[in-house]
Design a protein around this ligand. Structure first.
Ligand code: 3PG
Ligand code: MG
Length: 395
């Protein structure tokens, strides 16, 4: 990366403010953290700083609160983090103000303080500079290790960098390096598998990676729009009519660029959008009107899997079926286990795809699972991330 990292600055004994992405899923009934991947992902950064006796002040958002909402307190995260670090983690009442300043000032070397949810203050999302400055008052150095939030221009990602020397943490560095290396200098054959619901979200990615990949597999909600553009009827499935023309253009461009574009040839359909719905497998030419496309079918799997097996780099973003419903997970599960078995660089891009492989226990078997959803999409679209661009450049 072109930005300075934690290794380029002296952090010994310093007060270091670290922006992390502790936006973890919380069970609404019990308040328990249901996936702590994002907490574990920053441990290398925290341990690096602790080994240099820095005083750690961590800040994050959780959810999208409207003002102060107690259910979105970061207190449960402090507890989990404390178990991982095997150290006490003090929980601050707020993220700015005199009490918090005192707490930050009184930290001894290698002690850890977690600030309360940044988004309890609307100034955070407005990138309010007075708020950024109040945060900056707490520390000598700013480390951004919150890859998942780097696509947002907020006070704790962008504004703050005006007031403190600002560098990247180890997770941010790893995310950027892994994703950009795969995109710009992949081991070939290079295959991308793009699925997921929201078509318009992913069109930018497809356009960007058409110049880079050897093969492109498209499925999920995306797939339906592409198939519709080839005049197949997709029953009741959500097809973004405005995106059909673009899908057609991208199919043509793939042809011109010599990219092998694969779409589903059969699909699992259901008579209603429901986990208990009646379902059957049909060819893409015979999706019954009134039915919903829910997953890829076995013949498609037979085409997709060998393509993946031959690849040396695979980027996967977006489930190929309705992963929320057990009955329609088969396609995505097969893709995930195939990737896990490859001797290749395998990268899973954020959000629901990452959740699926974490839930399947495949984390160790893949090269990299991005902790970012939206941030990862932006990178795959070839766009800059404001939270990264604002860090100090390497000389
Ligand atoms: C995420 O979960 O994608 C990041 O933490 C960013 O959260 P946001 O989409 O609410 O800004
Ligand atoms: Mg998000």
């Amino acid at each position: 990366m072109n930005q300075q990292t934690m290794r380029d600055v002296d952090v010994s004994g310093k007060q270091v403010l670290i922006r992390v992405d502790f936006n973890v899923p919380i069970d609404p009934e019990t308040g328990a953290i249901t996936d702590d991947t994002r907490i574990r992902a920053v441990l290398p950064t925290l341990n690096h700083l602790l080994s240099r006796r820095a005083r750690l002040i961590l800040c994050s958002h959780l959810g999208r609160p409207k003002g102060k909402e107690q259910r979105l307190s970061l207190a449960p995260v402090a507890e989990r983090l404390s178990q991982f670090l095997n150290l006490p983690v003090k929980m601050a009442e707020d993220c700015t103000g005199s009490k918090v300043e005192e707490a930050a000032q009184s930290l001894a070397e290698a002690q850890v303080l977690l600030l309360e949810n940044l988004r309890f203050h609307p100034e955070e999302e407005k990138n309010d500079l007075a708020f950024a400055q109040a945060l900056a008052k707490l520390a000598d150095i700013f480390v951004n290790d919150a890859f998942g939030v780097c696509h947002r221009s907020h006070a704790s990602t962008v504004g703050i960098t005006k007031y403190l020397p600002s560098v990247a943490g180890l997770l941010l560095e790893k995310e950027l390096d892994t994703l950009t290396r795969a995109l710009d200098n992949p081991r070939r054959p290079f295959t991308a598998l793009i699925g997921g619901k929201k078509v318009s979200d992913k069109m930018g990615i497809i356009r960007n990676i058409l110049d880079k990949v050897d093969s492109l597999l498209i499925a999920g909600g995306m797939g339906s729009t592409f198939l519709k553009s080839l005049r197949y009827s997709m029953g009741q499935s959500m097809v973004e009519e405005e995106a059909i023309g673009l899908a057609q253009t991208l199919i043509d461009e793939a042809g011109q660029k010599g990219v092998h574009l694969l779409l589903p040839i059969d699909v699992v359909v259901a008579d209603r959008f429901d986990p208990q719905a009646k379902s059957k497998t049909v060819s893409i030419a015979s999706v019954p009107s009134g039915w919903y496309v829910m997953d890829i079918g076995p013949r498609t799997i037979e085409v997709f899997v060998p393509k993946l097996r031959k690849s040396k780099t695979v980027i996967w973003n977006g489930p190929v079926g309705v992963f929320e419903f057990l009955k329609f997970q088969k396609g995505s599960r097969t893709i995930a286990t195939t990737l896990a078995s490859l001797d290749a660089t395998t990268i899973v891009g954020g959000g629901s795809t990452a959740e699926a492989v974490v839930e399947m226990g495949l984390v160790e078997k893949l090269t990299h699972i991005s902790t970012g959803g939206g941030a990862c999409l932006r990178l795959l679209e070839g766009k800059a991330l404001p939270g990264v661009a604002s860090l100090m450049a390497k000389d």
